[in-house]
Design a protein around this ligand. Structure first.
Ligand code: TRP
Length: 455
């Protein structure tokens, strides 16, 4: 069986940025920023992306390209079978993430239709909307179906082609919405909240959330970039690809803040944060725009979100599929539909966890916490805020102490003749050996103890 590959360097960058840019940037980022006190959170997030995550991105792509294998097989291929638990953890984590992500993507897709029909009052009924589980699940199935369709067409004809169409459209829609947002009255208050930091807001919880957000947003720590990296050739310059992916992801998160906070502040609606933020605030804003303008801006916004989401779900689905295709020689199409089905089933409790079922809504109470949290939040805590940073930590340990720095340098310098001896090489090597294991390890440990055990 021939293994797929990206046809062009741009195709890889667009697909990897497409994975990075998703609901994480436009749905999750704004409410994390408002829970984290605004600009203080933003600053930490930027620091984590550029300083701590960048070396992990480079490491993952290098492992993938070196072995031309999936997230688990890559470790076997290097003769380090004992370490393939990093990949196994990654595949599991990807399955968990995709299970709740599809449900939220289902909300988004449903909102496209609500906006098109001008049903703005849905904002006040968000609680009922998410508890109409039959319709939420139908939209989630539709979203998963579209995702599976793209992945089943393979790398070049499916993933790369979709990214080449969707990513430029996404950027165009975002830019138009920003221009619009900045012309609204009072938009400046939103900009101040977003950009002027209040350092007293920084604490361990905020730092832990900012780190989890950085990993989630960059699609990092679970082998997605090992998988995509396995589809590129040696001419590809890993450092410049990683730079472009990081800049696109951080850029779009930053820009979506520039849309959302002016909108929120100019509407005078309190930022109550939480996963409902964009679903509850936005339709009211679109309604105030009136008639056709409201319908056009509103549907454009949720179409933008759907585009962003689908290039991400595609990458999440590709990780387990690539594993089944490489390691068990199961045909791609068959793997895709089976994995998609299993993940949808795992997602059902998340759909029921927003009030519909008592069991899943008050799912678990952590030690030292006074309130139970719902099933979806539990999955988010385990996967995003725990497994991803832990995975990133293990990847840097693996690269620095098992695979060894000189092999990493050899791999990176294949598409980058000036790499050896450069400042970038020293920086990457120093980070994977000391900074990343130390800082990722300690923030991970502290937030883990704090979140689950109240210590
Ligand atoms: N980065 C995506 C977002 O911001 C989500 C995502 C896609 C992801 N693939 C991933 C997160 C792999 C973690 C790991 O919405």
């Amino acid at each position: 069986m021939k293994r797929g590959s990206f046809n062009s360097r741009l195709g890889f960058i667009l697909a990897a940025s497409g994975s990075a840019v998703g609901l994480g940037n436009i749905w999750k980022f704004p409410f994390e920023v408002s829970n984290g006190g605004g600009a203080a959170f933003l600053l930490m997030y930027l620091f984590f992306c550029f300083i701590l995550c960048f070396p992990v991105i480079v490491s993952e792509i290098a492992i993938g390209r070196n072995t031309k294998k999936n997230a688990i097989g890559a470790f076997n291929e290097m003769g380090k079978r004992k370490w393939n638990f990093i990949g196994k953890m990654g595949v599991l984590c990807g399955v968990l993430i995709l299970s709740f992500y599809t449900i939220v993507a289902g909300w988004v897709l449903g909102y496209v239709f609500e906006m098109v029909t001008g049903n703005f009052s849905i904002a006040d009924n968000f609680g009922n909307y998410v508890n109409n589980t039959t319709s939420v699940l139908l939209y989630a199935v539709l979203f998963m179906f579209l995702t599976a369709l793209i992945v089943s067409r393979g790398i070049e004809k499916g993933i790369e082609k979709a990214a080449k169409i969707l990513m430029p459209s996404l950027i165009f829609i975002i830019l138009s919405l920003i221009v619009y947002a900045l012309t609204l009255p009072n938009s400046i208050d939103g900009i101040i909240f977003y950009l002027v930091p209040d350092f007293s807001q920084i604490n361990l919880t905020v730092a832990g959330n900012a780190l989890g957000q950085a990993f989630f947003s960059l699609s990092l720590g679970m082998g997605m970039l090992i998988t995509y990296g396995s589809y590129i050739d040696d001419k590809n310059n890993i450092i410049s690809s990683a730079t472009l992916i990081t800049l696109t992801d951080v850029g779009i998160a930053f820009l979506s803040g520039l849309i959302i906070f002016p909108f929120v502040f100019s509407s005078g609606i309190e930022t109550e944060g939480g996963p409902g933020l964009i679903f509850q605030v936005f339709p009211q804003i679109f309604e105030n725009l009136g008639g056709t303008t409201g319908i056009i801006v509103g549907s454009t916004f949720f179409i933008l979100l759907s585009f962003a989401a689908i290039t991400s779900t595609v990458s999440l689905l590709e990780v387990p599929v690539s594993y089944l295709v490489d390691e068990y020689k199961i045909e791609r199409k068959f793997s895709v539909w089976i994995v998609a089905l299993v993940i949808l089933l795992i997602g059902i409790p998340s759909a029921y966890s927003q009030g519909k079922s008592e069991l899943f809504t008050n799912f678990i109470t952590y030690f030292g916490a006074d309130k139970p949290i719902d099933f979806m939040q539990f999955i988010i805590d385990v996967s995003n805020d725990t497994l991803l940073p832990f995975g990133g930590f293990l990847i840097t340990i693996y690269v620095a102490y098992v695979w060894k720095k000189n092999n990493l340098s050899d791999e990176i310098s294949k598409g980058n003749p000036y790499y050896k001896g450069s400042f970038m090489e020293k920086y990457i090597n120093f980070s994977v050996t000391f900074i990343c294991p130390l800082i990722l390890g300690s923030i991970f440990l502290l937030t883990f103890l704090n979140k689950f055990f109240g210590i």
